[in-house]
Design a protein around this ligand. Structure first.
Ligand code: F6P
Length: 518
């Protein structure tokens, strides 16, 4: 029986007392629920001495297997190489990169250790899907340990242009590690192209017109899989959230003022400083908005022991003081800056109550909040999304008000346009965006990736997995009466289904598809 094995740095282990997981975790859980499987990664714990034993917990056919990090591993792998090198570099924030050879060793060591600990937990029929920049080297380590199951990797964050990537010492090896996977998934075509160009330039790899990379006799497939959301789940949570006490108290506190909302991890890549400057200029230029708008920025602290994250926190606190000091009145505070997280339903309720959502990322793999805001809206009176053109979501949500966060006046104009937008235009834009969200929801995303990974593995006769009997797996619209809509190749632009590979590329996709294993 085919089982799905997910590897990611964070694991949404149930009953850990942590807040409800975000959209991605919800999607991964749905895949694991469907297939049964294993979710493997870091427990979130840091200990001076790490027990050798992997901590496992079974629930409803899913095994959660986690490991703690030693203090040194945490410092070098997580805080060092992952978050002071790969994160800023991949977000094209070169000036923030602080490369240390020791951190690279830590990253290599943790990827190796985690691979070693994973192997005994694997079964012959498994499909392994590794997520994000923390575990780029995992694929090669697993292959070295003779793991022959299909291996896929999805990069949730952007892939940098080659000119940026090549500043990283050892970038050639990182690219070789990526080529150890059978399938690489990217959020946008831009990211995939940047990767293909890099392997050609740095490694002299052969890149075929269908996006297949040939390197040292091995083939790696690549595709574009923009991550989606569970539209129905967001809609029902948002409806709950707006009726809940938090939602009602928010509405009461607004006294009929227009609510502009931003929801982000407190991260420099989100363009929060630029956003605050734009809001300040909006108030400078438009007296009519004084006392009539409220900007609610929720920014949950993140990676607080990385110096750049401490700096941005101080900058935003100072800017909040400046803005509120300049414009507040005895009964109006223009900016509510909140440094904590809320339950998922509460956040979705806040988004549902917002007239404008402000997303000004300087660079963002996708930005699921953009999609969640659209899905949370009341169809009769939808709010308007102001979205950075540098977020992956902008490639799909073309009916948002797209802005350039590097041009403050463009953001100011975008906010004003969103506030003033006539209802008919709001409804038209919302409808178009919603259609897209339904076509490419979280189920379609994982179905596409997993199906393609299976196909890639079948096409690779060197994998022993290939020789076993494969359960037939198809991407089926669960509601047969629904209209077939988009086809995979729209989202995997540039990929031609090749013989024996991607035969599901032409499977009709509906908003609601499921994987069938028989
Ligand atoms: O979205 C990118 C990402 O790094 C995820 O992989 C991660 O779970 C999330 O941001 C939060 O970051 P961290 O795990 O470093 O707190």
């Amino acid at each position: 029986m085919t089982r799905l094995v997910i590897v990611s740095n964070r694991v949404a282990v149930p009953r850990t007392g942590r807040r409800a997981p975000g959209g991605l975790a919800v999607g991964i859980m749905a895949a694991l629920n469907e297939w049964g499987g294993l979710w493997f990664g870091w427990s979130g714990k840091v200990a001076d001495s790490v027990p050798f034993k992997v901590d496992t917990q079974d629930q409803d056919g899913i095994t959660f297997a986690t490991l703690a990090l030693s203090t040194q591993d945490y410092r070098e792998y997580y805080r060092g190489y992952a978050n002071r090198v790969l994160w800023p570099l991949f977000h094209t924030q070169l000036h923030r990169v602080e490369f240390q050879r020791q951190d690279l060793s830590g990253y290599e060591r943790v990827n190796k250790q985690f691979a070693r600990r994973l192997v005994p937990l694997l079964k012959a029929e498994d499909i392994i899907w590794v997520h994000d920049y923390h575990f780029i080297r995992m694929g090669r380590e697993l292959r070295r340990l003779k793991v022959s199951q299909p291996l896929g990797f999805f990069l949730h964050i952007p892939f940098p242009p080659y000119e940026v990537l090549r500043t990283l010492p050892g970038h050639e090896d990182l690219l070789r590690c990526l080529c150890a996977y059978d399938l690489l998934g990217f959020q946008t075509e831009l990211d995939r192209k940047a990767f293909l160009y890099s392997v050609e330039e740095a490694l002299g790899a052969m890149v075929h017109s269908d996006g297949v990379v040939s390197l040292s006799g091995a083939r790696t497939y690549s595709g574009v899989f923009p991550i989606g959301i569970d539209v129905e789940e967001v809609m029902s949570q948002a409806a709950r959230g707006r009726q809940a006490p938090y939602g009602r108290r928010l509405i009461g506190s607004l006294a009929n003022r227009t609510l502009i909302t931003g929801v982000d991890r407190l991260d420099y890549s989100k363009g929060l400083v630029e956003r605050f400057h734009a809001y300040q200029r909006l108030l400078d230029l438009h007296c009519a908005y004084h006392r009539n708008v409220v900007f609610l920025q929720i920014a949950e602290p993140s990676r607080g022991d990385v110096p750049d994250y401490q700096t941005i926190q101080h900058t935003l606190e100072a800017l909040t003081g400046e803005i509120n000091g300049r414009f507040s009145d005895y009964d109006w505070v223009p900016l509510r800056y909140i440094n904590k997280g809320f339950a998922r339903a509460t956040i979705l309720g806040f988004l549902a109550l917002s007239r404008v959502c402000l997303i000004t990322s300087l660079r963002d793999g996708m930005n699921l909040v953009a999609k969640e805001f659209v899905a949370a809206q009341d169809p009769a009176e939808p709010g308007v999304l102001v979205l950075s053109q540098f977020a992956g979501a902008a490639r799909e949500l073309k009916d948002a008000v797209l802005v350039n966060p590097y041009d403050i006046d463009d953001v100011v104009e975008g906010i004003a346009r969103a506030i003033e937008m006539p209802m008919s235009e709001r409804r038209r834009r919302w409808k178009n965006n919603m259609q897209l969200l339904r076509q490419n929801d979280i189920t379609a995303w994982r179905c596409r990736f997993i199906n393609m990974l299976r196909e890639c593995a079948v096409d690779k006769p060197n994998l022993s997995w290939h020789k076993r009997s494969l359960p037939s797996l198809s991407l089926m619209p669960s509601n047969k009466s629904s209209q077939p809509t988009e086809r995979l190749e729209i989202l995997s632009r540039g990929m031609q289904p090749s013989e024996g590979v991607l035969k599901h590329a032409h499977a009709p996709l509906s908003a609601d598809c499921r994987l069938e294993v028989d």
